[in-house]
Write a protein that binds this ligand. Structure first.
Ligand code: GRF
Length: 193
């Protein structure tokens, strides 16, 4: 079987993107063939440059065009990975890649999800509710924010003296371990061509 192509969408610093790139550098089952961002100054674009991975910056207009879908299709992705990507994926892109778009959310969905729930907004809500457990959810993407079917959840404690930064750090560790491995697991059941 040939190496899988995967595409990453990210809006931020890209530590998850880096973890995925590093993981697949070692096992060669997949290759990140494109990184897409909605922010021209996102850290993930520096990672793309350093790793020699092609990148694409989109805006709200280009995002939902057929041309954009065609650009993605040129890479023949087995999966499209949302790794800290803040925009809702348009319906035509979801329809073009059924069951191929997955997202990671830094909490245990269905709690603490939905529009506006990203980054520290999520962790602050978890702390505010005095939760003793949080975690990550990896799920398929559909047209409703954070509502696609779940693939994997992993838990971690919320400590009494946590703030959003310390909790985010613990969550990132879970993400960096489980996201690449979940992708590898899913790829085992997808045929690359
Ligand atoms: C992660 O915590 C992810 O769960 C959330 O956004 C964050 C992205 O972090 N959706 P990074 O850019 O990968 O460092």
């Amino acid at each position: 079987m040939s190496t899988h192509s995967i595409i990453i969408f990210a809006s931020g610093r890209g530590s998850n993107a880096q973890a995925i790139i590093d993981y697949f550098k070692k096992n060669n089952e997949a290759k990140v063939s494109l990184i897409v961002s909605n922010k021209a100054d996102a850290g993930v674009l520096s990672i793309a440059k350093e790793e020699g991975i092609p990148s694409l910056v989109i805006n709200k207009e280009t995002f939902s065009t057929d041309e954009f879908c065609d650009q993605l299709k040129e890479h023949n992705p087995s999966l499209i990975i949302l790794a800290g990507f803040l925009w809702k994926v348009p319906a035509n892109v979801i329809a073009a890649f059924p069951e191929k778009i997955i997202n990671i959310h830094p909490a245990l969905l269905p709690k603490y999800g939905g529009k506006g729930m990203y980054g520290h907004h999520v962790h602050n809500a978890v702390l505010h509710a005095s939760e003793t457990t949080s975690g990550i959810t990896i799920h398929y993407v559909n047209e409703i924010y954070d509502a696609g079917s779940k693939i994997l959840q992993a838990h971690c404690p919320v400590k009494a003296d946590d703030d959003a930064d310390s909790l985010a750090g613990r969550i990132h560790k879970l993400e960096h371990y489980f996201f690449p491995r979940t992708i590898a697991y899913l790829l085992q059941n997808i045929h690359s061509n």
